[in-house]
Structure formats: structure tokens, C-alpha cells
Ligand binder design. Structure first.
Ligand SMILES: Cc1cc2nc3c(=O)[nH]c(=O)nc-3n(C[C@H](O)[C@H](O)[C@H](O)COP(=O)(O)OP(=O)(O)OC[C@H]3O[C@@H](n4cnc5c(N)ncnc54)[C@H](O)[C@@H]3O)c2cc1C
Length: 243
């Protein structure tokens, strides 16, 4: 395991970090990079052919979020007699899967926070460079209010995401509720933030190459991934209403 940690760290430092911004702008993850990951042994389907693996794989043609490849796997007559059984022992798998969802929700919340962050940057850029009437956009109260509100909500989301991440790292009892709350609040804020920033940028949020156009396309995925937000809100409410 320490070898795998070191190999993944080296992969991130040498391959991911230098190129990740370019992949993000191009909205594409080169296949050769994925093959490097597979060679490291950190990804790939773990169902051998003799147990029904290697079945149909349908690549999903998504509108965005293409930095990650997504596919639907269909297994026929699949048996899982050994190492493919999640959690190894009966009853352990669900817990392991739910634990990974806690991490996944923090991951989605972080992506949403990044979108809010960029919306604030776009709103500031637009307000300080765009000339409207006899001055800059940012001279107007409505632009100032939007920048102020973006700043305030970004700070609130950042604090909640950090709290959720700390709870997950500590294995705290509150990890599930906090990671769920962080993912819902961060993703709803991301969709809201794109709308606010795009109103300031107007037509400069709608050309295919505009950052805000890309954020508008990607923000809703954070409301869906790791559980649709409404379904997660129902799950948060359930224990409170049980009395
Ligand atoms: C781009 C993309 C990438 C993805 N990547 C991955 C991945 O890497 N790994 C992975 O495992 N999954 C992945 N997913 C799947 C994702 O986790 C699911 O789409 C998500 O959990 C929502 O599930 P669903 O689409 O089945 O919608 P559903 O959960 O079926 O929701 C449909 C509607 O029903 C409502 N609803 C759901 N449950 C209830 C309920 N109990 N009571 C009342 N209403 C309810 C929801 O609010 C929603 O309005 C990805 C999805 C997308 C779009």
C-alpha cells in the first residue's frame, strides 16, 4: 500500500498538476493519461471475464464533466465468489460503500465550491473592467451587492465543506450528515452563483468558449452526482422526523 500511495502521489505531481488546467479548459481527459492510471492499478473494473465481467460497456455522451470518463456497465450472469465481494464479509459491503459515499460527497462539494470561487472571480473581473454608461459596472450598487453576496456565500460554503471533510477524516458520527449537507448546499450555491455572475457578464457568459458558459453547463452535475439533492434532503430529514 505505501508503494501505491507513493506511485499515485508521483502521478499527481508529474502528470496531473502540470496539465490539469489545460484539460479542464479543453474539457477533455486524454486517453493516454487514463491508461497510465490503469497501469498503476488504481482504476479499472475488477470483475474477471469468467465471472461475467468484460460485459457491455456503454460510454455516456455527457454535455460536460468530460474530465472524467463515465460509462454504464452491464453484467450478465455475474458471480462474485471471492475478491470481488465488497467488504469481503457478509454485511460489511454496505458500510464500506456508504463510507466511500461520504468521501464522494465532500469531493462533489469541493467541485461545487470551485465553481462558486470562479464565479466570484468572473464577477469581480467583469465589474472592474466592463464599461457601462459613464463608468465601470462595479460602480453600480447592484453589481456591488452581487459581488458581496458571492463572497459571503463562498465563505459559508467553504466553512461547511471544511467541517464536513474534517468529520470524514476523523471518522466522526456526524460525517454522513455533514458531507450530505455540504454537498447539497455547495451544489445549490454553485448553480445560484453561475446565475448571479452570468447576469453581470450578460452576453460574455454565453459564447461557447466563455468560462461562465462552461460553469453553467457543469454546475448542475454537482446537484446530481453522489445522490440527487432532493433525495439527500429527504434522507437528512428522516431521522429528525422519526422523533
Ligand atoms: C455526469 C455523471 C457522472 C456520474 N458518475 C458516477 C460515478 O462515477 N459513479 C457512480 O456510482 N455514479 C455516478 N453517477 C450517477 C449518480 O451518482 C446518480 O445519477 C445520482 O446518484 C442520482 O441518481 P439517479 O440519476 O438514479 O436519480 P434518482 O435518485 O432516481 O432521482 C430521480 C428523481 O427522484 C427523486 N428521488 C430519488 N429518491 C427519492 C425518494 N426516496 N423519494 C422521493 N424522491 C426521490 C430525486 O430527487 C430526483 O428528482 C454519475 C452521474 C452523472 C450525471
Amino acid at each position: 500500500m505505501p508503494d501505491l500511495h507513493a506511485a499515485v502521489r508521483a502521478f499527481v505531481e508529474q502528470t496531473v498538476r502540470p496539465q490539469v488546467e489545460a484539460w479542464d479548459r479543453a474539457d477533455d481527459l486524454p486517453h493516454a493519461v487514463l491508461e497510465e492510471l490503469v497501469a498503476l492499478g488504481v482504476t479499472g473494473a475488477l470483475v474477471p471475464r469468467e465471472h461475467g465481467g468484460g460485459g457491455e460497456v456503454e460510454e455516456l455522451d455527457k454535455v460536460g464533466y468530460r474530465g472524467v470518463e463515465s460509462a454504464a456497465y452491464r453484467f450478465h450472469a455475474h458471480e462474485a465468489p471471492g475478491a470481488e465481494v465488497l467488504g469481503d464479509a457478509p454485511g460489511e459491503g454496505a458500510r464500506q460503500m456508504l463510507d466511500s459515499l461520504d468521501v464522494g460527497r465532500v469531493n462533489v462539494a469541493c467541485r461545487a465550491l470551485g465553481i462558486v470561487d470562479r464565479c466570484l472571480a468572473c464577477a469581480v473581473e467583469e465589474s472592474t473592467t466592463r464599461e457601462v454608461g459613464d463608468g465601470l459596472l462595479g460602480d453600480h450598487t447592484h453589481a456591488q451587492l452581487r459581488v458581496g453576496e458571492l463572497f459571503a456565500r463562498r465563505a459559508a460554503v467553504e466553512a461547511l465543506v471544511e467541517r464536513a471533510a474534517a468529520a470524514v477524516d476523523a471518522g466522526s458520527d456526524a460525517a454522513r450528515e455533514l458531507s450530505t449537507a455540504a454537498k447539497v448546499v455547495a451544489s445549490d450555491t454553485a448553480v445560484w452563483a453561475v446565475d448571479v455572475a452570468a447576469r453581470l457578464a450578460a452576453s460574455r457568459s454565453y459564447a461557447a468558449g466563455d468560462e461562465l458558459a462552461r460553469l453553467r453547463r457543469d454546475a448542475p452535475q454537482t446537484q446530481i452526482g453522489e445522490g440527487a439533492n432532493d433525495a439527500l434532503l429527504l434522507a437528512l430529514a428522516r431521522p429528525l422526523l422519526r422523533g
